[in-house]
Design a protein around this ligand. Structure first.
Ligand code: FCB
Length: 443
């Protein structure tokens, strides 16, 4: 596929298109006085990250941000979703700010505004300052206050110019993926740590919202990642397993923020490990937000498992897969948009804050054909249009990602960008999907 089947005119007038990135994945953490993070120590520990790669240089966006924002603006995008590195701003996690770090986000913000891009910030996209990790990181309840301090410092500097802000990217990844599955930093496999991290990440979210309201900011949201759970067959056991998967992955965080309650199938295993008095924290966790962000990539086929809780197994599904091995299942995006509005958020604006695919893209004769990505994005945007036609208040779509970058435990191998990056020379080459999107948005 070379062209999208839609143009801007097929969406409501104020619908926003953007691209998404994150600090550690693109900036180059070795530059500008940033402090060490738990990702740096996770990555040098053998076996955690492909080829033990880290974010030290990444795309060197720290020095190339103006050219990168030129590319985003020239594609006709309205918004630029970026994140602010806690360890760049506060190398010790709390205390004395790094002036170079604050200056960087100040310049980055102004560079977006100069190009007509709306700055859409995420406060935390996974690079926890190492000194805070040493104190227990997300397991330690004090993280609510540490995060409030960081919020105050960074938004005290750039908050006056943000279009929108969400405190934390993907609470499931911060909690379950990093403390139960051990796939991301800090790489723990411990149910008690998991329960605490899952709860504290929402507490920190609520504290950050309180701080930003105090600074007079609005258009504040929350960004969750979702995976649709498809039972492998119609047995009661497979159904129950899929419900548990859904409760842990999708409903736990939505339930906390929008209902002040966690779903039963998740509490079954996690409740004994939650910190004392956890219910009291819902006062903070349920601070009203102005929009809800959904990151969506794939689904999982789920079967029963007779091992210990959570009693489910992730099975290989039959659909075509991306370079990540993730099944391509656009209907899941429609299902999440409709279900989130119906069960949790009502009339609140929904934004697709991430969607996209990894593909083994190569440059041939100066061009980077990526018809798979065009087809993937096209199919997902068709589901967004269907949800809008059904009355779901979807107000924006952000492609992950503007450019190829550090894909966490998978290093630099998985290419998610609409701009190709050569990680030896750092040369950027727009892919066919970039030109197709530009045509759809500006043509
Ligand atoms: C999301 C993350 C993002 C990127 C994509 C592929 O879960 O938010 O940083 O890794 O997946």
């Amino acid at each position: 596929m070379d062209h999208f089947t839609f143009t801007r005119k097929d969406f409501p007038t104020h619908f926003l298109f953007g691209s998404a990135t994150s600090s550690y994945q693109i900036e180059g953490h070795g530059f500008g006085g940033a402090g060490p993070t738990h990702w740096d120590s996770f990555a040098v520990t053998p076996g955690n990250v492909v080829r033990a790669e880290n974010g030290e240089i990444a795309c060197d966006h720290y020095h190339h941000f103006e050219a990168d924002l030129d590319l985003a603006a020239a594609a006709g995008l309205d918004c630029y979703r970026f994140s602010t590195s806690w360890a760049r701003v506060l190398p010790e996690g709390t205390g004395t700010p790094n002036p170079e770090g604050l200056d960087f986000y100040d310049r980055l913000t102004d560079a977006m505004l100069e190009r007509g891009l709306k700055p859409c910030a995420t406060l935390y996209h996974w690079e926890l300052p190492q000194p805070l990790a040493d104190l227990g990181g997300w397991r330690n309840r004090d993280i609510g206050n540490w995060f409030a301090e960081f919020t105050e410092v960074i938004m005290g500097r750039i908050g006056d110019r943000m279009y929108s802000v969400a405190p934390i990217n993907e609470p499931w990844c911060v909690g379950w993926l990093s403390h139960f599955l051990g796939h991301h930093a800090p790489g723990l496999r411990d149910i008690r740590a998991t329960a605490r991290a899952m709860h504290h990440v929402l507490l920190a979210h609520g504290r950050a919202i309180e701080v930003m309201r105090g600074l007079g900011m609005d258009n504040l949201g929350a960004v969750f990642n979702f995976e649709w759970a498809t039972p492998v067959d119609d047995s009661a056991a497979a159904q129950a397993a899929a419900e548990t998967y859904d409760a842990i992955y999708n409903r736990f965080f939505l339930g906390g923020v929008f209902k002040g309650a966690y779903p039963e199938p998740a509490l079954k295993g996690l409740e004994p490990h939650l910190p004392k008095g956890w219910q009291e924290d819902f006062k903070t966790i349920t601070q009203p937000v102005d929009w809800c962000g959904l990151n969506y990539y794939t689904r999982k086929v789920i079967g029963a498992d007779d091992g210990p809780w959570p009693h489910y197994a992730e099975l290989d599904g039959p659909l075509p897969k991306t370079q990540m091995g993730w099944e391509i299942y656009p209907d899941g995006l429609y299902q999440f948009l409709t279900r989130t509005a119906a069960d949790y958020t009502g009339d609140l604006p929904l934004i697709v804050t991430e969607n996209g695919m990894a593909n083994p893209d190569v440059i041939t004769g100066g061009r980077v054909p990526d018809p798979e990505r065009i087809a993937y994005v096209d199919a997902h945007l068709a589901r967004v249009r269907r949800a809008i036609a059904d009355g779901v208040p979807v107000q924006g779509y952000f492609l992950w990602s503007l450019m190829d970058n550090y894909e966490w435990a998978l290093g630099y191998e998985k290419r998610f960008g609409m701009v190709h990056v050569d990680f030896d020379t750092l040369v950027r080459t727009p892919k066919a999907s970039y030109y197709a999107l530009k045509e759809a948005l500006t043509g």
